[in-house]
Ligand binder design. Structure first.
Ligand code: ZN
Length: 65
């Protein structure tokens, strides 16, 4: 059974078939979009230093919207 880790939230995922994980290596569409946003953000801010690049900050509440 394939096992992979979501690059965005670090959740470990187990899937029996590839069809079961359409967003792999991400666990869900949300995480995929978040990662994409980071790349785009980095592209536009490539000249700025990373000051708060702390992925997976515990206790951080995600906005509903
Ligand atoms: Zn995830």
């Amino acid at each position: 059974m394939p096992v992979f880790e979501c690059p965005t939230c670090g959740k470990e995922l187990r899937v029996e078939r590839r069809e079961d994980a359409p967003y792999r290596p991400f666990c869900c569409r949300r995480c995929k979009l978040v990662d994409l946003g980071r790349w785009l953000d980095g592209t536009y801010r490539i000249s700025e230093p990373l000051s708060e690049a702390v992925p997976g900050t515990p206790g951080s509440a995600e906005p509903e919207d």
